[in-house]
Design a protein around this ligand. Structure first.
Ligand SMILES: CC(C)(COP(=O)(O)OP(=O)(O)OC[C@H]1O[C@@H](n2cnc3c(N)ncnc32)[C@H](O)[C@@H]1OP(=O)(O)O)[C@@H](O)C(=O)NCCC(=O)NCCS
Length: 189
């Protein structure tokens, strides 16, 4: 076990806490490796770099690490009163262990700190797992963008479900985040 990097697949590593940190350029290789595994149209390293180069007022990006390995990431873009969740992904070997939920918490808090009143996102109509994740954070379906995701070698064109959660600066949303933080026993560095 000594002398090699920790792997998210190691049974021992799976027991370690999830730690969320601000994404920096040194995380990007691992981030892009996850992106390449999970997305039919993966973001390039240059696109991630350009996101990190945007102003702190307009973007927030986080990585989740466990045992030193990056196991997921998430980003949000701020436009006036709205925070637009632009990307959330978790290493396929680490799913259903609360990692995306750990990432969504600071993402929501970062958006609120930057003045967001509402949060929104687009998600594939077939991605019912992600719908459930976002519902946990109060997002509700508000419409459909037909054919939003173009056809690719992975499948035909697909509609996007548009989801929103409003009044994220209010008490109700604060209580939801606090309850989730307790449930997830959040550790942030
Ligand atoms: C969607 C995704 C980010 C979820 O990551 P995750 O770390 O597995 O999510 P969590 O463990 O925090 O799940 C939180 C809750 O969301 C729901 N959920 C998440 N994935 C689910 C799935 N595949 N099926 C059903 N419910 C799911 C569950 O309610 C879950 O709570 P539970 O495990 O206690 O039942 C991950 O599957 C992924 O990276 N998918 C590919 C990329 C993607 O689809 N991103 C979203 C695009 S908008």
């Amino acid at each position: 076990m000594f002398g090699r990097d920790p792997s998210p697949r190691d049974p021992v590593t799976r027991e370690l806490p999830v730690v969320v940190a601000t994404m920096t350029r040194r995380h990007l290789k691992a981030v892009q490796a996850i992106e390449a595994q999970v997305s039919p149209r993966p973001w390039s390293l240059d696109l991630f770099r350009s996101e990190l180069a945007q102003s702190e007022a307009s973007r927030a990006w986080f990585v989740a690490r466990r045992g030193g390995a990056v196991v997921g990431f998430a980003g949000i873009m701020l436009i006036v009163d709205d925070g637009h969740v632009t990307n959330v992904a978790v290493d396929p070997s680490c799913r259903r262990q609360g990692i995306a939920s750990h990432l969504m918490l600071p993402l929501c808090r970062a958006a609120i700190d930057r003045g967001a009143l509402n949060l929104t996102l687009e998600v594939r109509a077939s991605n019912t797992g992600a719908h459930a994740l976002y519902r946990r954070f109060g997002f509700a379906p508000a419409g459909v963008r037909a054919g939003y995701y173009p056809a690719s070698s992975h499948g035909p064109a697909e509609d996007a479900l548009i989801m929103w959660v409003h009044d994220v600066d209010g008490h109700e949303f604060a209580a939801r985040l606090a309850a989730l933080e307790t449930e997830l026993e959040v550790a942030v560095s």
